[in-house]
Design a protein around this ligand. Structure first.
Ligand code: ASP
Length: 582
């Protein structure tokens, strides 16, 4: 029997350089491409570090093997590294090539459904079904190398800051973070369920009660909610909690961590990050996660609008509407057709439409009947450059702000340069919002969030005016983290639960264990969670978190690779005491 050759990676294809010329090496990898030219055969062999050109010339002893090689065949190739007569500057290994003296087929490949280097026209369905081929793409390989680096950097950084990595259960009870739970039926206790954690919130707080002082975990969270580009049913968070500290200290730690993470991609992130109270964020940007790369803010033009003799605006103002506006540089960039489109976009976003004003060749004009002189005076008083376009939305205040905010994002897309990073802390969120559907107060973050002590006297009289010590970290219009100071006083925690319309029996049932812990010396504490996937998405410049999760679900929550969720056998259902309703 032929002696089996032992596999041993000496060097990656993508790492072979001029300094290796003259050496005999063995490389392993996948056939990226194969072509014949002038009596020679060329193979681009690919591994996780890149490509290397293999040349099969007339000295190759066993050319018959070439017939069995196709795209994605796995090879071991031995040979001598030589300098290329015609270097390829596009390729890091492009100065050299390998003259093959021995080729072994380590694994055959059927014709792949697509080739990793060329995924442009390939549907996401196909890419997810054959994810292992999709992941062979060089960009994907880079993404996951970076992901591993960020993970390691985060662990080292937090370790140096005195945070302990402590795991918390996956089979647990519900953690209210505002989404539906994924449930796991218990076989032993029929009819009872574990819930997968929406976050380790209660456990990390219990770890503070347990005296660990500083905790972190890079952990999976599960939320059954409608998916979007930056949401997945299971996602990863950098979860952090600390005792005996205020949020200034936590912010400084997170800022330094984020700075180090972005330095991995050559960014020089300036510290400290800006801070903006929620109220101001809504007034200026119509969003609690504003994209600060877009240079214009929302302004209130209600006072002026009342002087323009417009029946429509006067009517709206009489109905207590506000007129919110955006001043957009370079009005000449917008044709009549585009202005009509903006109006349509405003309607699609849920508003009544968008009014515009600008200075054309024949003077000031607007999409409403407003005297030109009034527009000119308005431009002058507000010091608006005559070359700018003014867009107005008249609606009830919060609606007008939200619509103006969406329009701002929509029209500001050209400013969204991925290489520019605008970080921002949004602070002072309201503790509650009014849940119209359920006709009750709901927590803005989660029920463990502490109110600002100054606002505690308002809790009974004006609960919606109570601000929380809660904060979000925003990068380029994406919320990449959020957290809060926690309630550590049992009476206040009970009060908040009751304000959320929970009955005492329900409070005991769901949170009794947690309230108990608050009886036994719970230290003041606070924390945050950063969305690890979203951070990676922004760091790599990808548009979807699906590009930086190895095995993601589709937007309709399916795993196309494994075909899950899938049916289970009757026997399994019987074991669990479950009958499926049709
Ligand atoms: N548990 C929160 C979340 O997952 C974060 C926090 O308050 O620390 O969003």
């Amino acid at each position: 029997m032929a002696e089996r050759e032992l596999l041993k990676r000496e060097i990656f294809c993508g790492e072979v350089r001029e300094e290796h010329s003259g050496k005999t090496i063995t490389v392993y990898g996948w056939v990226n491409n194969m072509r014949e030219l002038g009596g020679l055969t060329f193979i681009d062999l690919r591994d996780r570090e890149g490509l290397l050109q293999i040349v099969i010339n007339e000295t190759f002893p066993a050319p018959a093997i070439l017939k069995a090689i196709g795209k994605e065949t796995v090879l071991s190739v031995s040979g001598r590294v030589v300098l290329r007569a015609k270097p390829n500057p596009e390729l890091p290994s492009g100065q050299v090539e390998l003259i093959a003296s021995d080729i072994k087929i380590l694994a055959a490949s059927e014709v792949p459904p697509f080739v990793p280097e060329n995924r442009a026209g390939v549907s996401e369905e196909l890419r997810f079904k054959y994810r292992y081929i999709d992941l062979r793409n060089q960009t994907m390989q880079q993404n996951f190398k970076l992901r591993a680096k960020v993970n390691l950097l985060t662990r080292n950084f937090l370790d140096c800051e005195g945070f302990l990595d402590i795991e918390t259960p996956i089979l647990t009870n519900a953690t209210p973070e505002g989404a539906r739970d994924y449930l796991v039926p218990s076989r032993i206790y029929k009819g009872k369920m574990f819930a997968l954690p929406q976050s380790p919130q209660q456990f990390k707080q219990l770890l503070m009660v347990a005296g660990f002082e500083r905790y972190f975990q890079i952990t999976r969270c599960f939320r059954d909610e409608d998916l979007r580009a930056d949401r997945q049913p299971e996602f990863t968070q950098i979860d952090i909690e600390m005792s005996f500290a205020e949020h200034d200290e936590l912010f400084a730690i997170i800022e330094r961590l984020v700075r180090e993470i972005f330095a991995l991609r050559g960014h020089n992130v300036a510290l400290p990050f800006q801070r903006l109270p929620y109220r101001e964020a809504m007034e200026k940007y119509g969003s609690d996660k504003p994209d600060l790369r877009i240079p214009y803010q929302i302004q209130d033009f209600s006072a002026e609008a009342g002087t323009w003799n417009s029946d429509l605006l006067n009517g709206a103002l009489a109905n207590r509407a506000k007129v919110k506006g955006l001043v957009i540089p370079d009005a000449s960039a917008y044709s009549r057709k585009q202005l009509d489109e903006i109006n349509e976009t405003g309607k699609k976003l849920g508003g009544k439409g968008v009014i515009w004003m600008k200075k054309g060749d024949d003077g000031f004009k607007a999409s409403l009947k407003i005297p030109a002189a009034a527009i000119a005076a308005f431009y002058q008083e507000r010091k608006i450059d005559p070359g700018s376009l003014v867009l107005l939305i008249a609606d009830d205040e919060s609606q007008a702000l939200t619509l103006a905010g969406r329009l701002r994002e929509h029209l500001g897309r050209k400013f969204q340069d991925k290489n520019r990073l605008e970080f921002l802390w949004v602070t002072d969120f309201p503790l509650f919002f009014y849940n119209e559907e359920e006709k009750r107060l709901d927590s803005n973050h989660h029920p463990f969030t502490a109110p600002n002590p100054d606002d505690i006297p308002l809790m009974d009289s004006q609960p919606l005016a109570v601000k929380a010590i809660a904060y979000d970290l925003v990068l380029n219009g994406v919320e990449i983290g959020g957290g809060s100071k926690r309630i550590h006083d049992i009476a206040l925690q009970r009060k908040v639960f009751r304000m959320l319309n929970l009955e005492d029996r329900e409070i005991e049932e769901k949170f009794g264990f947690f309230l108990n812990a608050l009886k036994f010396g719970a230290p003041p504490h606070l924390g945050i969670a950063l969305g690890f996937d979203r951070l990676l998405m922004l760091l790599t410049g990808e548009d979807s978190i699906r590009e930086i999760i190895a095995f993601p679900k589709t937007t309709s929550s399916l795993c196309l690779l494994t075909g899950s969720p899938s049916s289970v056998s009757q026997r399994q259902l019987d074991d669990l005491g479950i009958a499926i309703k049709n």
